[in-house]
Write a protein that binds this ligand. Structure first.
Ligand code: GMT
Length: 367
């Protein structure tokens, strides 16, 4: 099939999922066209994958450049030039609206169905903003098919938007070949890792509080990967608690698989996570995830089996689990093996990508 994919191409879970989906589909022989405002970060050098940049004119008249319209025009143009079979948009706002317009532009000459995948913040935050609510609901209803990355997000979308459109849950996936456990462990201190865009919802300062608590009994260190609005607050707290020597802020990185497999546990103290892709990447890397009981996280982490769950803000409980794992080498290794097994048996690309392919076939063949 010839598939156009649109996402937010910068650092963020939805962009990563969309990019890795494109890579996996291309590996399976599909022709993939990314239609975005920048080259997706994890795309790498792939001459077999097309990239069509969306340029937005910035006339002085436009206080707000109409990206959504430029994207719709580009989608329609690419669809005609490359005879696309469908569009797959990640994140309802504004991508789903642009796809709807592109489908309308071409309606007289060719069919251009589109699939919308909901990732979370498009529904839980942005979509509930009253100014976006009606258009989000409309674009979901008008999609040829809708998928959600967790059952929790699917239920939430139906409740909040009262949509009649069937929504299929297709969980996020991981390339278990790329995200694999370390072959051997070099001598190093027990290490925790956190990876996010450092937005308030990620509660990055909780990671520092967990480190402070853990260090009462274990000489552990913490690697903070990523960047965003709350990095300054986390650095200040680390300084105030006298932890600056045991925490490293590594910023935005492209070598995520190597960083992950060199850690023992992942901290994900989020207030909300519709899925928690970082935890899945950690599990696949043989790193035990410590998450919170929110959103779709319990669909991914089975508490006490392949990771631990605690309540949001309960840094004492999260630290207790971390300290136990970091001192009990055999127990930690057993849980890491269970985490890897869950990633392979429930979320590997071989299991999940065919679900998208089946959905594309249904959408393309529908009349
Ligand atoms: O969490 C973020 O800040 C980024 C956001 C996004 O849209 O990129 O992540 C959402 O999508 C990811 C990929 O499907 C999920 O793993 C995240 O859980 C989800 N974030 C939230 O629900 C807060």
């Amino acid at each position: 099939m010839r598939i156009g994919i649109t996402c937010y191409p910068t650092y963020g879970g939805s962009g990563i999922v969309a990019t890795e989906l494109g890579l996996e589909l291309a590996n399976r022989g599909h022709q993939i066209h990314f239609i975005t405002y920048a080259n997706p970060i994890r795309l790498g050098e792939r001459p077999d994958i097309f990239y069509h940049e969306v340029e937005v004119s910035n006339y002085p008249l436009f206080q707000y450049p109409p990206y959504c319209l430029a994207l719709a025009s580009r989608m329609a143009e690419v669809a005609v030039q490359y005879e696309l079979d469908l569009l797959h948009v990640h994140y309802a706002i504004p991508h789903s609206v642009s796809a709807l317009l592109a489908r309308g532009i071409l309606a007289g000459s060719r069919r251009l169905p589109f699939v919308t995948t909901l990732h979370g913040t498009d529904i839980t935050l942005v979509g509930m903003d009253r100014s976006y609510y009606p258009i989000t609901r409309y674009s979901i209803e008008q999609s040829d098919a809708v998928t959600s990355i967790s059952e929790d997000l699917r239920r939430h979308t139906v409740e909040v938007f009262d949509v009649a459109k069937p929504i299929e849950t297709i969980h996020n996936f991981v390339n278990t070949g790329l995200y694999h456990p370390a072959k051997d462990r070099k001598p190093r201190p027990p290490r925790m890792i956190h990876m996010s865009n450092f937005r308030p919802v990620k509660r990055v300062t909780d990671c520092i509080r967990v480190l402070a608590e853990v260090r009462k009994s274990v000489d552990a260190e913490l690697w903070m990967v990523g960047d965003g609005p709350d990095r300054g607050a986390a650095e200040r707290l680390a300084h105030d608690l006298g932890l600056i020597g045991s925490v490293r802020f590594l910023g935005k990185r492209n070598d995520v698989p190597a960083l992950l497999r060199d850690a023992d546990v992942l901290l994900m103290p989020s207030e909300m996570e519709s899925f928690g892709l970082a935890a899945l990447e950690a599990m696949s890397s043989g790193v035990v995830p410590l998450g919170t009981r929110v959103g779709g996280v319990p669909e991914l982490i089975t508490d006490g089996v392949d990771g631990y769950l605690s309540n949001t803000g309960d840094t004492i409980a999260m630290a207790a689990n971390a300290a136990t794992l970091l001192t009990d080498t055999a127990g930690c290794a057993a849980m890491a093996t269970a985490a890897r097994q869950a990633a392979v048996e429930r979320f590997s690309t071989d299991l999940i990508i065919p679900k998208y392919e089946a959905m594309y076939r249904r959408v393309v063949e529908a009349v």
